[in-house]
Ligand binder design. Structure first.
Ligand code: NDP
Length: 340
C-alpha cells in the first residue's frame, strides 16, 4: 500500500513515516524543498527508494499543489499546517491550514482514484474553548467556534492561540464538508486525529533547544528553564508522539475509524506536577541544580481534560503515561547534552 504523508519532515510526521516504513508501507513524503526531501531520505536511509520517496510541494496554498503528489496513492496522511506565524495576520495561519487541506482533498478527487482513506492531523485546538474552572471534559462533539468568533471580531488583535484554534477548526470543518459534498464521487472516507500537547523524542535534526518544534520547545522551557509561577500552574493535555503516529497509521487501516474524529490523548496535568514527577525520576539532577524545581507545592488545577474513550475503543490504543512520556523526552534532552 502507498501512503502520501504531507509535511513529512515535521515532528509528528517523521514518526508517522517511521511507523509506516516499519510496517512495510511505501511512503511518499511531501515537503517544501529538495533539501528537506533529501534530509527525509537520509533520516530513513536504511530503507531503499522503492519504499521511500519525496515530492516537493513548494506552496500548499496554490491550486493543484498536490495534483502530482497524490498520484498512485492508496491513502493520505495530511499533517502539514502552520504552528507559528511571523506577523499578527490571522490569515498567515488560516490560509495554509485551510487551503492546504482543501488542496489535498481536491487533488485526491482529481488524481487519486485508488485512495481509500485520508487521515488529517487536526488537533484538540479544533475543539477547545476557554475555560476558567475545571468542570469540563472535552470530547469529539466540541468545536472551537468560540475562537472562530473571537478572531472574526478581533482580527490581528486576537491571541495567537485563538488564531491557531481557528486555523485548525476551519481546516477540519472544511475537510468534513468537502467529503460530505463529494461523497458520491470519492472512494475514501475521512478520519481526523485530535491530539493535545504532543511530547516525546524528536526524529528531526535538532542541534539546539531553540530549534525544537513548538510543543517540544514549550516542554523544554517549562521543564528545564526558570519559569514564573503562573506558567507552571498552567495545565495541559499530553500524549506521546509515538502514540499519535500509531494512531495515524492505525486509522489508515481500521475500518471502524472511517468518518470519525478521534481524540488521541493520554491525560492532563500541570507543568509543575510534571516537574515534581521529573524530580522523582532524576533526583541527582535536581540535587545538583541541573533542573529547576519551581514551586512544588502549587495547587493542582487542571482546566483541560479530554475524553479519549472513543480512540481507545476504536483503535485499541493503550496510551503511554505522563511518566513514560516525560522520561522518554528528558532522556533524549540529556543524551543531547542539554542538561548540565
Ligand atoms: P512541525 O512544525 O514539526 O511540522 C509542521 C509541518 O507542517 C512541517 O512539515 C512544515 O513544513 C509544515 N508546514 C508548516 N507551515 C506550512 C505552510 N505554511 N505550508 C506548507 N507546509 C507547512 O509541527 P508538528 O509535527 O508538531 O505538527 C504537525 C501537525 O500536528 C500540524 O497539523 C499541527 O497542527 C498538528 N498538531 C500538533 C500538536 C503538537 O503538540 N505538536 C498538537 C496537535 C496537533 P516546513 O518544515 O517546511 O516548515
Amino acid at each position: 500500500k502507498r501512503v502520501l504523508v504531507t509535511g513529512a519532515n515535521g515532528y509528528i510526521a517523521l514518526w508517522v513515516v517511521k511507523i509506516l516504513l516499519e510496517q512495510g508501507y511505501r511512503v511518499r513524503g511531501a515537503v517544501r524543498s529538495e533539501e528537506k526531501g533529501k534530509k527525509l531520505l537520509d533520516t530513513f536511509k536504511s530503507y531503499g527508494s522503492e519504499q521511500l520517496e519525496y515530492a516537493v510541494v513548494k506552496d500548499i496554498t496554490q491550486d493543484g499543489a498536490f495534483d502530482e503528489a497524490v498520484r498512485d496513492m492508496d491513502a493520505i496522511a495530511h499533517t502539514a499546517s502552520p504552528l507559528s506565524a511571523v506577523s499578527e495576520d490571522p490569515d498567515e495561519l488560516i490560509q495554509p491550514a485551510l487551503r492546504g487541506t482543501l488542496g489535498v482533498l481536491n487533488s485526491a478527487l482529481k488524481n487519486g482514484p485508488n485512495i481509500k482513506r485520508i487521515v488529517i492531523t487536526s488537533s484538540c485546538a479544533a475543539l477547545l474553548h476557554n475555560v476558567t474552572a475545571p468542570t469540563e471534559v472535552f470530547d469529539e462533539n466540541n468545536w472551537a467556534d468560540e475562537a472562530i468568533g473571537i478572531v472574526k471580531e478581533q482580527g490581528r488583535k486576537a491571541l495567537f492561540m485563538e488564531k491557531y484554534r481557528t486555523s485548525k477548526a476551519l481546516a477540519e470543518r472544511a475537510a468534513w464538508d468537502f467529503t460530505e459534498k463529494h461523497k458520491s464521487e470519492i472512494g475514501w472516507d475521512l478520519v481526523t486525529i485530535q491530539p493535545p500537547f504532543v511530547i516525546g523524542p524528536p526524529l528531526q535534526e535538532v542541534k539546539a533547544p531553540s530549534e525544537l518544534n513548538v510543543s517540544l520547545d514549550t516542554f523544554f522551557k517549562n521543564m528545564c528553564t526558570e519559569r514564573p509561577e503562573d506558567v507552571l500552574k498552567g495545565s495541559y493535555g499530553y500524549v506521546h508522539v509515538e502514540d499519535v503516529a500509531k494512531a495515524h497509521v492505525d486509522s489508515l487501516k481500521t475500518e471502524a475509524a472511517g468518518g470519525q474524529r478521534l481524540i488521541i490523548s493520554s491525560g492532563a496535568t500541570t507543568w509543575q506536577n510534571t516537574r515534581n514527577l521529573l524530580k522523582e525520576l532524576y533526583p541527582k539532577l535536581y540535587a545538583a541544580g541541573a533542573l529547576p524545581i519551581g514551586y512544588p507545592q502549587l495547587p493542582e488545577v487542571i482546566l483541560w481534560r479530554y475524553d479519549a474513550a472513543k480512540s481507545e475503543r476504536i483503535l485499541g490504543i493503550k496510551y503511554k503515561t505522563i511518566k513514560e512520556i516525560a522520561k522518554d523526552t528528558m532522556d533524549d534532552f540529556i543524551a543531547r547534552g542539554w542538561i548540565k
